[in-house]
Design a protein around this ligand. Structure first.
Ligand SMILES: [Zn+2]
Length: 87
């Protein structure tokens, strides 16, 4: 989770630092690509260690825009198999 946030934050920061050398179009692709990559990364990596249920994906797809992060944060056990969240 934190790695994904860090990645997207870093890519945006890097894009902003190089905003003068990037054209508008490449800047857009840079930021969009960075966000997309960290999104995919989060979808794949944030899952149940026991049953493999994708917590991040079910949070994003199943909850409201503002609710999902809160839901994911307050998650203390797997909604599918009951395995406790080890963090
Ligand atoms: Zn599970």
């Amino acid at each position: 989770m934190f790695v994904a946030l860090l990645l997207s934050g870093f890519s945006m920061l890097y894009g902003q630092m190089n905003i003068d050398t990037l054209s508008n179009e490449s800047f857009f692709y840079f930021v969009a690509g960075g966000s997309l990559l960290s999104f995919i990364f989060a979808c794949v990596s944030i899952k149940c260690p026991n049953c493999g249920s994708k917590w991040f994906w079910s949070a994003v797809s199943g909850k409201g825009n503002t609710e999902w992060l809160f839901w994911l944060n307050s998650l203390s056990f797997c909604p599918k198999c009951g395995e406790s969240k080890s963090e």
